[in-house]
Design a protein around this ligand. Structure first.
Ligand code: FES
Ligand code: FES
Length: 208
């Protein structure tokens, strides 16, 4: 199988990789760079779990071969805490990560890295989007748990922080919990969260 040497700058670090021509970018990120915060849900461009921020736009990394990304600059969810906006809210996290924590924007968390990266791309372009624009922006990202409502609120929370507005109060009680970035770039708490009824069913999982 033909192999090619490529260079990727990921989360500010340059990497030289030798990859098979057929290797998908998402596999290079996860397997060669061990950045497993970028998830794989379908491998066919349908779910958005593999979304990364590449050269200024959100891309589904299962739709690109790694060799097509040669020379590009990529941010994954693991790099969000190192972005200039990190720490603007009430934690060291990026406002989007903090928004997902505060507004309960995730349940199982599988879609979350992709949602966060799609949200970053939107806010880079338009730091004060309408609800409609947020919903449009994440329309390529599927979530089977949340019903989307709180994902939208999480991105709105980040927009409030970026625009120096007081974000809404969290509907979740964080009893003695602290926020930290998990090893895969998601948000980890030290427990103590009580919030909405997680057994609630969302009919069909369609966007509300
Ligand atoms: S894994 Fe890439 S869109 Fe689903
Ligand atoms: S939180 Fe479970 S898929 Fe979105």
């Amino acid at each position: 199988m033909a192999e090619k040497d490529i260079t990727l700058t990921v989360n500010g670090t340059d990497h030289e990789l030798r990859v098979e021509s057929r290797k998908l970018l998402v596999h290079a990120i996860r397997e060669d760079l061990d950045l497993t915060g970028t998830h794989i849900g379908c491998d066919t461009g349908n779910c958005g779990a593999c979304t990364v921020y590449k050269d200024g736009e959100a891309v589904k990394s299962c739709l690109l071969f790694a060799v097509q990304a040669d020379g590009s600059e990529i941010t994954t969810v693991e790099g969000m805490e190192d972005q200039p906006e990190a720490g603007m809210g009430n934690s060291d996290l990026h406002p989007i990560q903090e928004g997902f924590h505060e507004m309960h924007g995730l349940q199982c968390g599988y879609c979350t890295p992709g949602m966060i990266m799609a949200g970053k791309a939107l806010l880079e372009e338009n730091d004060d989007p309408t609800e409609h624009e947020i919903r449009e922006n994440i329309s390529g990202n599927l979530c089977r748990c949340t019903g989307y409502q709180n994902i939208v609120k999480s991105i709105e929370y980040a927009a409030d922080v970026l625009n120096d507005r007081e974000p809404p109060e969290s509907p979740v009680e964080h009893e003695g919990a602290s926020m930290e970035t998990a090893p895969d770039g998601g948000v980890e708490t030290d427990g103590g969260c009580t919030g909405p009824d997680l057994t609630r069913e969302y009919p069909g999982g369609d966007q509300e």
